[in-house]
Design a protein around this ligand. Structure first.
Ligand code: CMP
Length: 138
């Protein structure tokens, strides 16, 4: 069984959409194996997004991700990484398919409600960024 990491971003929390987004995730067949709500430190956000450090949007992204509370969620499902990325839709909500979480709820490329891991290998690294072993099912 594959795992992936979702993060409900500060815009999701501020718009009070945690319940609606979690409902869509669970209705799509994902099992929640870890969940918490926290505010990322600058150091933690910079580390999480280190692959984007040379991109022009990096500082804004770190500032946004530390602007409020996030809800990291470790998820399990067959083909979890690809299926979750399909469920959330393209980074830019304008390009996201109808019915996807970002099409429904996101307002911009930055404030796009939810993060999803881009590979099974990165998913495990990202899950370990937020969760210790005793905070995960199984
Ligand atoms: P996420 O899945 O969390 O991974 C990297 C994030 O960078 C991405 O979602 C977007 O929120 C953000 N991002 C990617 N491209 C851009 C962009 N062109 N402008 C602003 N933010 C971006």
């Amino acid at each position: 069984m594959e795992r992936t990491l979702a993060i409900l971003k500060p815009d999701c929390v501020n718009k009070n959409l945690i319940g609606k987004v979690v409902d869509k995730i669970v209705d799509s067949g994902f099992k929640i194996v870890g969940i918490k709500m926290l505010r990322l430190s600058q150091e933690s956000a910079k580390g999480f997004y280190v692959v984007h450090r040379d991109r022009p949007f990096y500082d804004d992204l770190v500032n946004f991700m530390t602007s409020g509370f996030c809800v990291p969620i470790a998820l399990e499902k067959e083909n979890a990484v690809a299926d979750f990325r399909k469920l959330i839709g393209a980074t830019d909500p304008v390009e996201a398919e109808e019915g996807t979480i970002r099409k429904l709820f996101a307002s911009s490329k930055q404030e796009n409600i939810v993060h999803g891991s881009d590979s099974a290998e990165n998913a495990l690294i990202e899950i370990n960024h937020f969760f210790s072993r005793d905070e995960l099912l199984g």
